[in-house]
Design a protein around this ligand. Structure first.
Ligand code: 13P
Ligand code: 13P
Ligand code: MG
Ligand code: MG
Length: 373
């Protein structure tokens, strides 16, 4: 029996330094302390704590399966503790994404985002975890389409007979809360028709068609629907497996040599260019952005993240590379173009997507002053 290993990537905005900019070290330390303890106690086998902008990211590898209540509770308690510290320090938006109070089995629907994948370990299992700040789950639709369905992006779709059967995309309708599975290449046009609508349809999982091997899992949540108001964006994460009958790591990364537009940015209410960066630049500044994305590469080995001689997980900071300098420049160019337009569409999201209620309030205020034209 091949070994079954679970990758759990759970993230939350627990409060940040200087507005929605970054998770400060003292909060990362709390996460590190708790996950270290969980590792010593044998609940998890490996972990990596990091932040992308104001989102605290817990990457954990263990053997307890998906939606395990002990794992989710570990994340929940860690976020609570970090949020309390944020409150004490009067950091901004302390506990921003903690929308519920009592933990009830899993973290689903409670505010934090998560992507989890139980895998049967292959001979070698390279994984890429992508995490973004100041955008939403739909931001991954375009690159996921390129990676798993576009033969002009992924040479393996043409060259590797193991990929010839194509991939199945699970797409979530975030308004109706329904899922549909579309198989590519046969249904590529239908897939694009749906996931081109990035604000409503989001790719939640991808499987290899010929054997249902799990290839990618994303966090798709709608914080505003849980909270009933705008609280922050559902800054998304996704886990993607690579190589040997799946897209190569380089095929997963190549869509990011160019920037593209995603929803989010300032107040979650604007279109903005995605900027692929290394961890050191994963911080949002200008107009609370531009939206950043990081890609961490690692290998799953014997229930763990493959570690160095000192037992530290080996993590490759994949966008920390000159190969993405062009995308970063493009992102700056698009950012300056869009910001020149201020609050005029299409720089700002359309009215139905405006997450702050201020527009509604303005309409209410002016109601009596509208006269028949
Ligand atoms: P795989 O055999 O892992 O698909 O490797 C192909 C490759 O070398 C991609 O660059
Ligand atoms: P976050 O969703 O990253 O907290 O950002 C909220 C915001 O309003 C940024 O301007
Ligand atoms: Mg925030
Ligand atoms: Mg954020």
């Amino acid at each position: 029996m091949p070994r079954k290993t679970t990758i759990s990537h759970i993230k939350c905005d627990v409060g940040s330094l200087a507005g929605h900019h970054i998770v400060p070290k003292s909060l990362l330390n709390i996460a590190d302390k708790n996950l270290k303890k969980a590792k010593e106690e044998g609940l998890i086998n490996s972990y990596y704590v990091f932040n992308v902008g104001d989102d605290l990211q817990l990457l954990m590898v263990h053997e307890n399966g998906e939606a395990n209540s002990d794992i989710h509770k570990l994340a929940w308690d860690t976020f609570q503790e970090a949020a309390n510290k944020a409150l004490e320090l009067k950091l901004y938006g302390a506990g921003q994404d903690l929308l519920k109070t009592a933990f009830s089995g899993t973290i689903r629907g409670m505010g934090p985002g998560f992507a989890e994948m139980e895998i049967e370990e292959r001979g070698s299992d390279p994984v890429v975890a992508l995490a973004a700040d100041k955008t939403s789950g739909g931001a991954f639709n375009y690159p996921l389409f390129r990676i798993f369905a576009d033969p002009m992006n992924t040479a393996g779709l043409v060259i590797d007979p193991n990929m010839a059967g194509g991939f199945k995309f699970e797409v979530l309708d975030t308004i109706e809360n329904k899922k549909v599975v579309l198989k590519c290449p046969e249904e590529v046009y239908e897939l694009i028709a749906l996931v081109g609508t990035v604000q409503r349809y989001m790719i939640s999982a991808i499987r290899r068609a010929r054997d249902d091997l799990i290839c990618a899992v994303g966090s798709v949540t709608r914080l505003s629907q849980i909270a009933g108001r705008y609280v922050g964006k559902d800054d998304p994460v996704i886990i993607v497996r690579a190589q040997h009958g799946l897209p190569a790591v380089g095929e997963i990364l190549v869509p990011f040599i160019h920037s593209y537009l995603v929803e989010g940015w300032m107040r979650g209410s604007h279109w903005g260019p995605i900027m692929p960066v290394g961890l050191k630049d994963a911080k949002c500044t200008a107009f609370d952005g531009p939206p950043r994305i990081v890609a961490l590469g690692f290998q799953i080995a014997n229930g763990k993240i493959a570690s160095d001689d000192n037992g530290k997980p080996m993590i490759a900071d994949l966008f920390d590379d000159v190969a993405f300098a062009l995308a970063r420049r493009e992102a700056l160019k698009y950012a300056s173009m869009l910001r020149r337009m201020g609050e005029f569409e299409p720089a700002r999201l359309g009215p139905e997507e405006m997450e702050y209620t201020t527009l509604q309030q303005i309409l209410e205020k002016l109601k009596g002053r509208f006269k028949p034209a």
